[in-house]
Design a binder for this molecule. Structure first.
Ligand code: ADE
Length: 250
């Protein structure tokens, strides 16, 4: 899976994603992440990419043209990569995927709120373009032309789309086969089945006078599973009644 991040702060994005599990996934070639600087597509000698807002109002807006040129360059490269040798077969004109434009996700507080379900949906893509806004946002006309998905990471406003993009890359990457060492761990954790995860314990058996629940030491697999399911239900009901109601109704 290849992520292409359009941003004014490529170092911020790359530094944030270069470590730990995502860094290793990149090293192994399971995912690739490129951060493309929108400023490289500025069309004036001062490399300016923002301007005043028509109609007045505080702040500046990112202009349409540099964003569009940046997008075009990325899309062209993706198409070239997809047009490898297999593209020149008899199937060429029947293979819709080769001509399909890549999804472009705009990170914005005005988008649909990001969920595990959306992460799973996006993990099915080969390439994903993520667009990070800054200042007061981006000229609406280019958004209309290129954006396929508007995504928010929650009902609060950040200074830019870089942190949200990093969150999305992290959540989607860990669903790519091979990225997590333990394949089952993505399956059984919070949200995957609509419930929060049960509490977990490691050594020692007693810490600060607190004992690990007896059932977890019993070696009785069925009882452990039953206990975990009960705890997951209890925790979800207490902490996220909205999720609990949905789970019970399904
Ligand atoms: N940009 C600024 N705030 C944001 C948010 N909450 N989600 C996604 N992108 C944003």
């Amino acid at each position: 899976m290849n992520f292409h991040i359009m941003t004014l702060f490529p170092e911020m994005v790359m530094q944030g994603l270069n470590t730990s599990i995502i860094g290793r996934a990149m090293d192994k070639g399971l995912i690739s992440i490129e951060a493309v600087n929108i400023r490289d597509y500025a069309f004036n000698k001062h490399n300016k990419v923002d301007d005043y807002i028509y109609g007045g109002g505080a702040g500046m807006l990112m202009q349409a043209e540099p964003v569009y040129l940046c997008y075009e360059a990325i899309e062209k490269r993706i198409e070239e990569n997809r047009s490898g040798p297999e593209f020149f077969t008899e199937n060429r004109n029947n293979d819709k995927d080769n001509n399909k434009k890549c999804r472009v996700v705009y990170l914005t507080p005005q988008g649909e709120v990001f969920t595990q379900k959306k992460a799973q949906e996006l993990a099915g893509e080969d390439d994903l373009i993520l667009l990070c806004g800054h200042y007061e946002g981006i000229d609406e006309r280019v958004l209309e032309e290129i954006v396929t998905d508007n995504i928010s990471i929650g009902d609060y406003v950040l200074t830019g789309g870089e942190l949200p993009a990093m969150i999305l890359v992290d959540a989607v990457s860990r669903l790519v086969p091979g990225v997590l060492n333990n394949e089952v761990s993505a399956e059984f954790e919070s949200f995957q089945d609509g419930l929060l995860e049960y509490p977990q314990y490691s050594r020692p058996e007693i810490w600060h006078d607190k004992r690990v629940p007896e059932v977890l030491l019993s070696g009785h697999h069925a009882n452990v599973e039953k206990w975990r399911h009960e705890k997951a239900l209890e925790r979800t009901r207490e902490r996220r009644p909205d999720l609990y109601d949905k789970f019970i109704a399904q």
